[in-house]
Design a protein around this ligand. Structure first.
Ligand SMILES: *[C@@H]1O[C@H](CO)[C@@H](O)[C@H](O)[C@H]1NC(C)=O
Ligand SMILES: *[C@@H]1O[C@H](CO)[C@@H](O)[C@H](O)[C@H]1NC(C)=O
Ligand SMILES: *[C@@H]1O[C@H](CO)[C@@H](O)[C@H](O)[C@H]1NC(C)=O
Length: 208
């Protein structure tokens, strides 16, 4: 987009007969691009893993703008995608049936932990999609406690990696990073929900 805009600007400059209306149109595009960067930067300013936040949520900028409830939803939904990816990796590893002993136990523990994580995340998303003004505080409390539990589960799985030599093997390095990513995204989602909780329910009221 930047590239084609640059070309367009150069054409504009070369063709001195560039219409004022066209030029102002192009500068509006520029402003929109700046705005969307600002939106995601603002939203992510409350998170701990800022780079991952911006990277994973940039595409929501133009729909979420300054709406804390949309950012909270987006944060949880990209975390679900990541946690599903981890679940699939874990299931593949288990189906290869090459892990033995304590690692085998750690692997099956992780699989269960990520099942729970996904349940907590889906439950959170359901509430965030459909919260009410009246029950807002208790609903946010639920979501915050579920996301905290999800984070604890992911950390517990990660500890299994550190504890046993087998998990440290190179081929599991990517998996370990994906689990780590999942914890970062969950932490970010938690921060975005905390932001929503302090902002109040005013935005997407479905209640009359
Ligand atoms: C996994 O491997 C073990 C030992 O090689 C074997 O006894 C067992 O039947 C295998 N399980 C599956 C589900 O293939
Ligand atoms: C949304 O919330 C309302 C009020 O709590 C509830 O009656 C309704 O079943 C919910 N809808 C969904 C899709 O969860
Ligand atoms: C972690 O997440 C970031 C942001 O979405 C992504 O760019 C990166 O590839 C991920 N890394 C791993 C190892 O999963």
């Amino acid at each position: 987009m930047t590239f084609s805009r640059t070309i367009f600007s150069i054409n504009c400059m070369l063709l001195t007969a560039c219409f004022i209306s066209l030029c102002s149109c192009s500068s509006t595009d520029q402003e929109m691009a700046d705005d969307s960067t600002t939106y995601v930067e603002d939203a992510c300013s409350v998170t701990r893993y800022h780079e991952i936040c911006v990277h994973s949520l940039a595409s929501f900028s133009n729909t979420a703008k300054r709406d804390p409830s949309k950012w909270a939803r987006a944060g949880v939904s990209v975390t679900i995608t990541q946690a599903k990816l981890v679940s699939q990796y874990l299931a593949n590893l288990q189906s290869r049936n090459t892990t033995r002993g304590r690692n085998r136990v750690a692997l099956s523990d992780c699989i269960e932990l990520f099942q729970d994580t996904l349940d907590f995340l889906h439950g959170s998303l359901d509430v965030l999609r459909n919260f009410t003004g009246q029950d807002f505080n208790s609903q946010m409390e639920d979501v915050i406690s579920w996301l905290s539990s999800a984070l604890t589960d992911e950390d517990t799985c990660l500890e299994g990696f550190g504890g046993h030599a087998g998990w440290k093997m190179k081929r599991n390095h990517l998996l370990q990073n994906e689990v780590l990513n999942s914890t970062y995204m969950t932490s970010n989602a938690l921060a975005l929900v905390n932001k929503l909780a302090t902002s109040g329910p005013q935005q997407p009221l479905k209640d009359p």
